[in-house]
Design a binder for this molecule. Sequence first.
Ligand code: SF4
Length: 703
Amino acid sequence: IEVNSQKKIKTTCSYCGVGCGIVAGINPQSKVSVEGDTEHPVNAGMLCSKGMNLHYVVNDVSDRILYPEMRWSRSHPRERVSWEDAMDRAAAVFKSLIRKYGPNSVGFYISGQCLTEEYYIANKLTKGFLGTNNIDTNSRLCMSSAVVAYKKTFGEDSVPISYEDIELADVFLIAGANPAWNHPILFRRLEIHKEKNPNVKVIVVDPRTTASANFADIHLPIIPGTDIILYNAIGRRLIETGKIDDDFVKNHTENFLNYRKQVMDTSLKDAAKLCGISVEEIKEVSDLIGTSKGFITMWAMGLNQSSIGTDKNFSLLNLSLVTGKVGKPGNGPFSLTGQPNAMGGREVGGMANLLAVHKDLQNPQDRQDVADFWGVDQISPTPGYTATEMFDALASGEMKAVWIICTNPMVSLPNLGKVEKAFANAKFVVVQDISHRSDTVAYADLVLPAAGWLEKEGTMTNSERRISYLTKGINPPGEARADVEILCDFAKRMGFRGFNYTNTEEIYEEYCAMTKGTNIDISYLSYDRLKNEGSIQWPVSEYRHPGTPRLFTDKKFYTPSQKAVFNIPAQIENTSEKVSPQYPFILTTGRIRDQWHTMTKTGKVARLRKHYSHPVLEVNQLDGYIYKIKDGDVVEVKSKNGVVRVRAKLSKSIRNGVVFLPMHWGKQLENDLNRANNLTFTRVDPQSKEPDFKYTTVSVTKY
Ligand code: SF4
């Protein structure tokens, strides 16, 4: 619509998985303004600091990549080239490498910020036509543990509940997450709910006294790595006090006896000691959960980013099963996705071990179904390299080329020393992105300018399975192109049929057709409906279907037995490293309120940089006294893997023995001694292959 010569467009915020609705104003000079969409079911007009400053990012094009750049060899600088030359070279190199070393020598590393159509095309191109499953996403770094846990518990990767359940619940257990900073609008809904209903109780489990913990009725500052012990102890207390749902457990779950056995193995007293909290706290939390009418768990990276991340997820999900609090209004386990379309990527199978529409890569019939749909002979049964494996394979020479879309691994992956070696050893690196502010661009042999938010159309799915249509409002600067255009152009130059789309909607419709008859069916959800009626939650399996806010209301799960499964953690404590006199602290990394990921967008906005202008290491005050570190001192942080030098911030808000460093800063913004991931290891959860960013032993000394 047009208001006072401004075009007004409804769209969705491009940052986090909350998925807030935005009304973008576009003036005749194509300058953009933003305001919250008061009619949107997620945010009702509210926006957080990142969302309300999104227009600054769009309007400032000074950092944008405007045309393709290429270098013919590593000893030459990159130079401007035409799209024609850029795409011809990309196709020639990929063809030659595949001919010489086979299809597994190449791969794509993409992003939870890609739109669903982009994810779908990249996945189809790689798995269907290049003949390799080497496509993974940076979502591997944030929620793959939750994906495995959902799949093994419910039979599919399906988030059962909705934001509207927040207003129906009375007990919330927030585990390893700081939604007050990282999912602010969702947290605001919880705050409003609690303000209106003082009986609502919020429990936060976190070694740090975060903004979320400050809001909570009960904060359990557990010792890092002991989460499973805590949730098992709560489970034990629920069983011992008879506060479990016998009917649900008996008729709708499997494997309860093994769960019972494991939780009974550790006394509450031992559990409390191991977690660094009191028995009374465990009892109080357990009794609140056991007597609640609506019990919701919310979790994020504190659980997922761990070498026992999937097991941590199991132990939390088991609390919903043992109390029968799933599939009912105001109840359920809610994994908070970090990125705006991490969920959409999961739907189209945009990971190395997944197939589209929740089909199983290990199932021959599922592989054939997908191959038939795409008109190819077969899909390789071999799982591709996951995010960290891909960079290991580049470093070892097993992989020769990587195509990176909309992500900045040179800051976000663990063990950056190794990532640097991987880039040095790779024969060909393509980076398709919007901004020169990405550290990864410096390592590219070919740089392709992509369109950003508001410069292209497509869809995304937020944390609660809500699909939104994102409108194109302005043209991209310079020669930048929509990502799907770039990928389809490449596919055609590779000689692949099946990429002759005339617009993005055709790609969306192809994906929708693929979902028909599955548990994520959106075969009747058109662009027109999304544009006219707004966002909607999958599945949407009939023409006028209103969407599905809640799954498993019939207590029938997607497992073969239709029962939910109690999965038993193989390991109950993170023992991947032990603190020692040489490395006496446990480092956890994470995000701060006003920055997003590696700051390529939010780092441009002066008012967002005011919150934290530099990275600081949060150190407990008592530790500061013991180690003779004062507030503001420059400290050297060392792990067995690398070094960081930053200023210390003494705080009461962190457990002694634990230090915290934000993960946002990279070389471009400061220097390479500010990067948290100099310190972290390529240590992953064996089931989800998600790296452990929350448990690195380090030393901290005044520099
Ligand atoms: Fe955007 Fe997330 Fe903030 Fe909403 S909560 S405005 S989606 S960053």
